[in-house]
Design a protein around this ligand. Structure first.
Ligand SMILES: Nc1ncnc2c1ncn2[C@@H]1O[C@H](COP(=O)(O)OP(=O)(O)OP(=O)(O)O)[C@@H](O)[C@H]1O
Length: 330
């Protein structure tokens, strides 16, 4: 059965012709009911991937190649009417700054009711009742009182619960969550992650979850895709990625993750800078920061040619010459 969401060789650029793409040949699939996390440092292309699925790329972005299909619908070829229906009904999105996403001039109740009236065609009265059910369903105490509140009267955690209520109002088939807990403190973050996991199980929806932190996604994701400088560098089940990471970048991200920090109390930062990596057109983009290139004596290979995404028998794939060498000699 084909995946519910299929991203195939997606390439996106900004600026002058010939500028290095911000997404370079990204291919990913999300099966129905699956949680796929995309993880990588800031600037790796996670949000661009998510916005491409919603066909909401910023002005100036050029899609150069590739295709996206959602439940068989060609997203890139779809007209605005089809896209509005998909966005309003079948695919919902959660963002990092929930308070900024809410309209400061309208009550919570009015904002949650809006999609119910517009897409589900509920009467004002029925929508108001449904709003209270939805707010209560996402764990908001005193939903009648909260429905009358404005965004500035909510904590970050309650605002994100309101956004989740809005996102789930139409019972979407796919939820795209772009760093939805980054602005929240740790206790609230855990609650929101649990809420997303519960709702995913209840509704049987798929989730594309974006984060810079492997620790955050470890409890929620079925599979993890690791991105670096516009490229997918590793994909595997959550267990494979956390227990047997193949790519040195994934191993560095594991060291950076909150879970690892909590265990040994130290903060790890990957040495070097990601900013120029996209303009590396010949060799491995991670090579200037790679901790294994010297010890594996692979400098020439890594410098000469970008490694392909290549797989183990268990389905895990990664883009690293050292891993390919190890597999070859095993
Ligand atoms: N409007 C824009 N104009 C030009 N370049 C952009 C624009 N938006 C994003 N980019 C480029 O695309 C790259 C990928 O951005 P993206 O937002 O997808 O990264 P990300 O992995 O989601 O990081 P973050 O967590 O910081 O959002 C950025 O490094 C930036 O250089």
């Amino acid at each position: 059965m084909p995946d519910q969401l299929e991203i195939d060789n997606l390439t996106v650029s900004f600026g002058a012709e010939g500028a290095p793409p911000v997404l370079d040949g990204v291919s990913l699939g999300v099966a129905k009911g699956e949680v796929l996390a995309i993880v990588g440092e800031s600037g790796s292309g996670k949000s661009m991937t998510a916005m491409s699925v919603m066909k909401l790329l910023p002005r100036g972005a050029r899609m150069k190649a590739g295709g996206i299909r959602f439940d068989g619908v060609d997203i890139l070829g779809a007209d605005e009417r089809t896209m509005n229906r998909i966005r309003g009904d079948r695919v919902s999105m959660l963002f990092q700054q929930p308070k900024r996403m809410l309209d400061p001039t309208a009550t919570v109740g009015r904002q949650v009711a809006e999609p119910l009236r517009r897409y589900a065609g509920l009467s004002r009265h029925k929508a108001a009742d449904r709003v209270i059910e939805l707010l209560s369903d996402v764990g908001i105490a005193e939903p009648e009182r909260r429905a009358k509140a404005y965004a500035h009267q909510l904590s970050g955690g309650i605002a994100q619960r309101v956004m989740i209520a809005m996102a789930l109002a139409g019972e979407p088939e796919l939820l795209i969550a772009d760093e939805p807990t980054t602005a929240l403190d740790v206790t609230v973050e855990v609650q929101v992650l649990r809420l997303i996991a519960t709702k995913r199980a209840e509704l049987g929806m798929s989730v594309l979850f974006i984060s810079h932190d492997l620790g955050v996604v470890s409890s929620l994701a079925d599979r993890i895709a690791v991105m670096y400088a516009g490229r997918i560098v590793e994909v595997g089940t959550t267990d494979q990625i956390l227990r047997q990471p193949q790519h040195p970048y994934t191993r560095s991200l594991i060291k950076c993750a909150t879970l690892a920090r909590e265990l040994d109390g130290s903060l790890f930062v990957i040495p070097g800078d990601v900013s120029s990596a996209r303009s590396i057109t010949k060799g491995c983009r991670f090579m200037p920061r790679c901790p294994v290139v010297e010890e594996a004596h692979l400098h020439d290979s890594c410098d000469a040619e970008e490694p392909p995404l290549s797989g183990c028998a268990n389905g895990q794939v990664s883009r690293c010459w050292a891993t390919i060498e190890t597999r070859r000699s095993a």
